[in-house]
Structures are given as structure tokens and as C-alpha cells.
Write a protein that binds this ligand. Structure first.
Ligand code: FES
Length: 103
């Protein structure tokens, strides 16, 4: 496991995202409206939509392709759909605002 510096809070607007690539995996890092930061694999379990291009709503991301809703904390798809995405532990350094993702 590695803890990677992926950016700074000021790099991501509230309800916005940025992506990072680690080897073959693209990870989407989101900033929720409560200011917290979440990271998931940037691939919808339905048909691989890019979640980073979806809309953040509360704790969920709405996939841009067919509007599946995915909980950004657990990675679980909201019912009635089914599936899950890989989530990653995130950490924000309070003093600097640096964002770390554990891969
Ligand atoms: S690809 Fe995400 S809902 Fe279809």
C-alpha cells in the first residue's frame, strides 16, 4: 500500500473532481458538498462510464451515462441497480490542505 499525494483542496471545486492514473487504474477524487474528499475507481460497474464526469449529489455520484447512483463512501450502487466500485482511503492534511489517497 502506498499513500500518494494527489493534489490540494484548492485544486478541486466543491462537487468537483479530478482524476489520477496509477499504473492501469484511473482514480476519480471527488470533493463533496460537506468538504470531505472521496476517491473511487473511475469506472462505473454498469458499462464503464467515467464517474468523474458525473454529478455529485450528497454522498453519491450520478453516472453520466445512464444515471446509476453510486455511494462515494461505500462504493455501493444504489438500489434498484446493483454493483460496486473500488473505494480508496483518502486523507486531507488540515494545515496544508494536501490530499492523499492510499492505493
Ligand atoms: S455506465 Fe454508468 S450507469 Fe451505465
Amino acid at each position: 500500500m502506498a499513500k500518494l499525494l494527489v493534489g490540494h483542496l484548492s485544486d478541486i471545486d466543491i462537487k468537483g473532481s479530478r482524476t489520477i492514473r496509477v499504473q492501469d487504474t484511473e482514480i476519480a477524487v471527488f470533493r463533496l458538498s460537506d468538504g470531505s474528499v472521496r476517491a473511487v475507481e473511475n469506472r462505473c460497474p454498469h458499462k464503464n462510464g467515467r464517474l468523474s464526469e458525473g454529478m455529485v449529489c450528497g454522498d453519491a455520484i450520478h453516472c453520466p451515462l445512464h444515471d446509476w447512483k453510486i455511494d462515494l463512501k461505500s462504493g455501493r450502487v444504489h438500489e434498484p441497480d446493483d454493483g460496486c466500485v473500488t473505494t480508496y482511503v483518502t486523507e486531507v492534511e488540515p494545515e496544508s490542505g494536501s490530499i492523499y489517497v492510499t492505493i
